[in-house]
Design a protein around this ligand. Sequence first.
Ligand code: NAD
Length: 493
Amino acid sequence: MSQFINGTLSHSSSGNTAVVRDPSNGEAVSTVSYADSGDVDRAVAAAKAAFPGWSSATPAERSGALTTFATLLESRAEEIAQLESRQAGKPIRLAREFDVPGTIDNVAFFSGAARNLEGKATGEYSGSHTSSIRREAIGVIGSISPWNYPLQMAGWKILPAIAAGNTIVLKPSELTPLTSLLFAEIATEAGIPPGVVNVLTGTGSEVGAPLLQHPDVDMLSFTGSTRVGKTVLEAAATSAKRVHLELGGKAPFVVFDDADLEAAIHGAVAGSLINTGQDCTAATRAIVHRSLYRDFVDGVAELYRKVVLGATSVDDTDLGPLISRNHRDHVAAMVERARREARVVTGGRSPGGALASGFYYEPTLIADADPNSEIVREEVFGPVLAAMAFDSDDEAIRLANDTPYGLAASVWTRDLYRALNATQQVRSGCVWVNDHISIISEMPHGGMKQSGFGKDMSTYSFDEYTIVKHVMYDRTGTARRDWHRTIFRNPGN
Ligand code: NAD
């Protein structure tokens, strides 16, 4: 049963089924039925019917349900981690220590934030009126999420939307729908009313597209590639819907000549390989001062060779597979094309032996990459880091910004003034100083340029999921007002 509509798991009437496979060994994890447009209609209708009740619940009521939700998730953390690990091919350590606790913390954060929706103070701006600001929920949110962090992305999409009083229909990636379904089930168990959170399983064209076009969906919220994000933007344009887009990234990792080299090397390895590099904020372009370049490349290569690829169920495994055969082939083909013009220092192969039945790919370091080459400009979304040298700070910033994306970046320096300048000049939604990847529920995540617009996490996400309404009260109590002179020449008579 793969559609979660109005608080109940149900089968789709489409008759189309698909097997969700573990990318680490190709084994079936579950068989799901794909939704059809009738299911989209049912889910949107359920969300629409739930909206008046949920949006008028008190902040304390919404907060209370989210608090119970966090507690229930905590009690089932291991089960959720196992499922996430299997459907997405994540090492169990990553699922246990990052995906699941991160999501629970997000739920806990939004249970508090639900009680802190604010506007400007009420005031008398014209003298003869009192103005107040209402921050209101938008309605039914149609949301689509990717496969790389299925549980976390479900949380990032669902939590700010419902904390602010909206209802939602989420379509997770067809490759990884299982933890989104479980998340919605547990939300309902926690007391979030039926219809507030609905999840549909299926492909982008068969389920995503009708969801985007649905006339009763009030806002579109999408996380995924820039290519599909542009389709979402077109759908929003034709129906004048509000839209929030979290898209691709190509994060620069800038190492200035005064950086702590050991910290930068460790940061680059962890920051580029997290989730097998399938992370929109992963370090992908190491831009390193020429005086440190050779040592940096040698240091990263040495650590890359020590990373353990293995069965995802084993606690010692550092790196899991890529999500699918297609995606592994895409990553391998990009590395092969890069070989023609740059140096593959380590990696560049799929391991054989016991791992051959999974979609594994070795950590791959490419040195002396041309800033204009495909490997530097396009999203690889795999365990691949391209390194290049720079000579001046201006050149480093120019290289960091030389990309259509603007999601995340890091700068590595011990000089406060350099850090201040670089964080101001790098065009991305987040800049880390002497770190890369760390996220926190209280702080926003979102992009610039072709990485999209709008924020996930933090109370900034409420700017996406609420409408600010101005209410203006007359204070004079008179029938005739001065401003009526625009129509009646003499309002006094
Ligand atoms: P994708 O764009 O291929 O798919 C994302 C979702 O869109 C999936 O659910 C898919 O079924 C759906 N979809 C595909 N075509 C559609 C269509 N025509 N209409 C409606 N829905 C459609 O992305 P992916 O391969 O699942 O995920 C990887 C991408 O996501 C990378 O580009 C990555 O950078 C990005 N990402 C961004 C963030 C962020 O916060 N900015 C976070 C995670 C992933």
